[in-house]
Design a protein around this ligand. Sequence first.
Ligand code: PEP
Ligand code: MG
Length: 554
Amino acid sequence: MEQQTVRGTGVVAGYAYAPAAWTRPAPVPPASTTMVGEDDRPAEVERFKAAVETVATRFADRASAATGVATEVLGATAALARDRGWSRAAIKLINAGTGAEGAVTAAIGQFVAQFEKLGGLMAERTTDLKDIRNRVVAELMGLPEPGVPKPTSPVILCAEDLAPADTAGLDPTMIRALVTRLGGPTSHTAIIARQLGIPCVVAASSLDTVPEGTLLLVDGTSGIITLDPDAAAAADLVEEDTRLREEIRSWRGPARTADGTPVQLLANVQDGKAAAKASQSEAEGVGLFRTELCFLTAQTEPSVAEQARIYGEVFSAFPGKKVVVRTLDAGSDKPVPFANHEHEENPALGVRGIRLGWTNAGLVERQLDAIQMAAEDNDIAEAWVMAPMVATVDEAFEFAQMCRERDLKPGIMVEVPSVAMLADQFIEEVDFFSIGTNDLTQYTMAADRMSSHLAMLTDPWQPAVLRLIQLSAAAGQRADKPVGVCGEAAADPLLACVLIGLGITSLSMATNAIPAVGVQLGKVTLQQCQEAAIQVAASRNSRDAKELAAKLLG
Ligand code: PEP
Ligand code: MG
């Protein structure tokens, strides 16, 4: 008998077998036209304030009980719940006679509409705001907290999509996997699942056909969810997976393939704190320091000395090791107030990354001065520096010149397909490439990386993306210059093997992803990777590419 399956995009590898548990739906608030008499309004305001405080306190308590990213996410949501902006709007509505439930819905609705118009990171905050709305309304209506159930036996959590606050409070001993109908590979759901070390599948469009309590087998690699699978076979898969996870937990670097070929595994960091954490891991250095993330709230450009202090914190976490600093990639999904190019119709295709230097004279030069100063302070003879969003050979040439004038080792990111197409010309201008597969996939497939509807396209397993990686790596080999990968693709253990087979020389990823990649590389030889890579890059679609890689390298 054919087994019933639901397919999505697998974003965190691993198997889980347990009954489905759906998130509790949002409450339906009374219509916002419910009016409150003038005398009752002060009490209604107090009722509103108490509900907000209860919800915010719950978030803050969960933040204190959590660790790592979860603490930050929950703390930020508690602060957003207490934010005076939306509260003031709600109180104004209550004072005009609207019932508290309706006032919350209308006030948050205004902010959501505004944020959605702004797009990018701001639009992502709307999931948090809607989550706060649902919880405050439920509290006002005396209903149980909506969102994630608190199971007492293991379950697979199924949801339309998960708010960051939901995913941050999860107990991985009870929640064995996350499956969502929406969401993409870079969504919060995927990030938190990775941190918790539980399998995750997103964009499973027919998940709504799965009833509560159905036994599910989740495969976080292929994205296939099997309904009511053979119990013994499912249990075997999970057991084997548990063994693999133990292997991952105890893995120690440096990474080598089964035949002893070294593979440099590096960390992606956003500040000195993250670099310090990475230095405690098996990371051999930093492959991508996203400097723009240090300045997401900076209204004015920090001085060269202040920038040098910030960059120095990352250098000092890895004395004598490779640290690749990326110049500001402001714009689009990472708005930096002092650097952003305002009012663009299409910011992902606009003045972002290295292009900001066209309209903001000296911005790139001042940052390079700061990197030089930090490198000198940390006794680094030639720090690696790369530019994001380069599209023309002239840009690469000019950037390399500016770096060399400051004794910095110049590189560029391969994020725009034009670089891969002319890889031989580009590599002549610089000392290294680092492939940003997140943007390279976005621009190759013409698919917004933030869109939850396009997860199938924003997948670095797309053969067209693999072919561009192949072109870039081959140019690096001909010129005898390193070509790394620092996008999410590097964190996928199976894809990491394919990348090494394509000729990639280093892989940079979230610190937590390093051991799983190290374990997988240790199971295959370089020749196996090379042979598999040729076939995988010639696949017809991303699904075939993944299945073929799993067959040849899994
Ligand atoms: C990328 O595009 O793959 C990349 C590493 O840069 P970011 O994700 O910061 O845009
Ligand atoms: Mg990028």
